[in-house]
Write a protein that binds this ligand. Sequence first.
Ligand SMILES: C[S@@+](CC[C@H](N)C(=O)[O-])C[C@H]1O[C@@H](n2cnc3c(N)ncnc32)[C@H](O)[C@@H]1O
Length: 314
Amino acid sequence: MEKQKIHKSVLLQEVIRLLDPKPGQVFIDVTVGFGGHTEAILKKIGPRGKLLGLDQDMKALNWLGANLQDRYPNLVLEKANFSKVEEIAKKKGFAEVDGILADIGVSSAQLDEPQRGFSFKVSGPLDMRMDQSQRVTAAEILASYSEQKLIDIFSRYGEERLSKTIAYRIVEKRAKMPFEQTLQLTRLIEEIYREKGIKIGKIHPATKVFQALRIEVNDELRNLEKFLPQAIELLSRKGELAVITFHSLEDRLVKDFFQKEARGCICPSDYPICKCGHEKRINILTKKPTIANSEEILENPRSRSAKLRVMEKL
Ligand SMILES: C[S@@+](CC[C@H](N)C(=O)[O-])C[C@H]1O[C@@H](n2cnc3c(N)ncnc32)[C@H](O)[C@@H]1O
C-alpha cells in the first residue's frame, strides 16, 4: 500500500527545517512508523549519513523493511521501545548523533486497523497494544483494575469528567460480562452521557476514555519521561532533539523537561547559595510549540493537535 494512504506525516516540512539534516550526518528516528519523516531525513543526509530507526510495532518495521530499506542501505531498523534508546543506540554504533526525532503516539495505520482496537468507532478487540508482544491489553485492564484505579486513569490520562460514573458502571457490568470489544465500551459511554442529559457534540464522548486506556496500556508517559534525558546524552554538541506530541499531557512533560534543562540552578529562589548543582544543558529552539497550519489541518485532521518542540544541546 502507498505510504501516504497508510500514514500522513505531520509537520514534515517544519521538522526538516528545524532539524536541518546535512549530508553525512547521523540521526535517530525513535518512532519510524511508516517512514515519512525518516525518508525525508535520509534524503538530506545522503549515502554518507546514517539513520537508526526504532519502533515498537513490528508491523510498521516489516512494512519499512519491505518498502524503504532496499533504497537506503544506510538505514538501520530495530524493534525497540524508545525508553531504551541509549542502550540500543550504543549497541548499534549510534552513540553520538546530530539529531533525534520522536513523533509520539499512534500512526493512522494503527488507528485505522479495527483488529488493533484503538478506535471507538469500529468494532474490534479491546487491544490497543502498539507492541503486540506485550502482555497487557485494554481488555485486561478493564477486567482487572479496581474501580478506583479506573477512575484514576480516566481522570488523569483522559481528563474525563464522568470518570467516576464510567468506572462504576464498568465494574458493575464486567461482573456479568467482560469487556472484550471496542463497541461494548463505546455504547456504555454513550449510554451514560445520554442518561446524564449531556449532548453529544463534535468530540465523541468515548474519545477521552479510549485515549486514557491507550496511554495506560502502552505506558506512554513513563516511556517519554525515560526517553528525554537519554536523548540528550546521545546528542553531540549542537545536536538537536525534535519531539512531536498529540495531547496536552505529553506536551506538558516535554515543555517542563526542556525548561528545566535550559536552566542552571533550580534551587528555590530563597536559597542564598545553590545547593542543587544543576547545570544548563540545552537551548530551546522553539519558544512556542510549532503547530500545523490551516492547510495541513484541512488535508490531515490528525495534525490539528500536533505540537512540535525542538532543542539543541550545548
Ligand atoms: C505518529 S507514528 C510515527 C509516524 C512517522 N513519523 C511517519 O512519518 O510515518 C508513531 C509511531 O511511534 C511508535 N511508538 C509510539 N510509542 C513508542 C515507543 N515508546 N517506542 C517505540 N515506538 C513507539 C508507534 O508504534 C508508531 O508507529
